[in-house]
Design a protein around this ligand. Sequence first.
Ligand SMILES: *[C@@H]1O[C@H](CO)[C@@H](O)[C@H](O)[C@H]1NC(C)=O
Ligand SMILES: *[C@@H]1O[C@H](CO)[C@@H](O)[C@H](O)[C@H]1NC(C)=O
Ligand SMILES: *[C@@H]1O[C@H](CO)[C@@H](O)[C@H](O)[C@H]1NC(C)=O
Ligand SMILES: *[C@@H]1O[C@H](CO)[C@@H](O)[C@H](O)[C@H]1NC(C)=O
Length: 189
Amino acid sequence: MRLISTLLLLLLISLAYSSATPTRRSRKSTRIHKPCKTLVFYFHDIIYNGHNSKNATAAIVGAPAWGNHTILANKNHFGNLVVFDDPITLDNNLHSHPIGRAQGFYIYDRKEIFTAWLGFSFVFNSTQHKGTINFAGADPLMNKTRDISVIGGTGDFFMTRGVATLSTDAFEGEVYFRLRAEINLYECW
Ligand SMILES: *[C@@H]1O[C@H](CO)[C@@H](O)[C@H](O)[C@H]1NC(C)=O
Ligand SMILES: *[C@@H]1O[C@H](CO)[C@@H](O)[C@H](O)[C@H]1NC(C)=O
Ligand SMILES: *[C@@H]1O[C@H](CO)[C@@H](O)[C@H](O)[C@H]1NC(C)=O
Ligand SMILES: *[C@@H]1O[C@H](CO)[C@@H](O)[C@H](O)[C@H]1NC(C)=O
C-alpha cells in the first residue's frame, strides 16, 4: 500500500514537471529570431560649439539651469536636448557621398552616468534607398553596443520593425562623434 502511494506520488510529480514547466520553457527558447533584412550605415554628428556653425550638424536646443546652449552641461550633460540633421554614409568616412540624413533628437537623461535617449529617422532619397526608417530607445552610451527599437518605416521600408544595434565608431571631444548602426529588420513587406 505504502509502495503504491509512493509510486503514485512520484508519477504525479513527474507528470507535473513534464507537462507544465519544461514545455513552456522550451517553446520560448526554441523561438528563432531571424532578420529578413540587415543594413549597416554610419552617421556623423558635429555639434555646434560656438565656432563651427558652418559645419555643425547638431545644435543644443535645451539645457538645464546650470548650463547653456553652446557647451554640453556638466553632470553627464543631464538635461541637454540636442537636435540633429546628420549625413548618413555607407562607410565610416565623413566625406563619403551621403545617401540620406539622420534627423531627430537626443536627450541626456541621467546625472549619475553618461546615457541618452534617442528619437530619430533615417530619411533616404537616393538611388539605393527611398523612404524612412524610424528609431526610438535608450542609448546607454558607455556600452560598447546598444540596442534601440526600429518602430516603423515608409517607402522602401513600409511598415518595417526591428532592432538597431548602435556602436560609437569615433568620438572626438565634445564636437564630433560617429555612430555605426546595424539595422536588423524582422518585418519586411
Ligand atoms: C569645416 O569643414 C571643412 C571641410 O571638411 C574644413 O576644412 C573646416 O576646417 C571645417 N571648419 C570648422 C570650423 O570645423
Ligand atoms: C557655457 O558654459 C561653459 C561651461 O559650462 C562656459 O565655459 C561657457 O563660457 C558658457 N558659454 C556661454 C556663451 O555662456
Ligand atoms: C528626392 O530627390 C528627387 C530627385 O533629386 C527630388 O525631386 C525630390 O523632391 C526629393 N524628395 C524629397 C522628399 O526630398
Ligand atoms: C549594457 O552593458 C551591460 C554590461 O555589459 C549589460 O548588462 C546591459 O544589459 C547593457 N545594456 C544595454 C541596454 O545594452
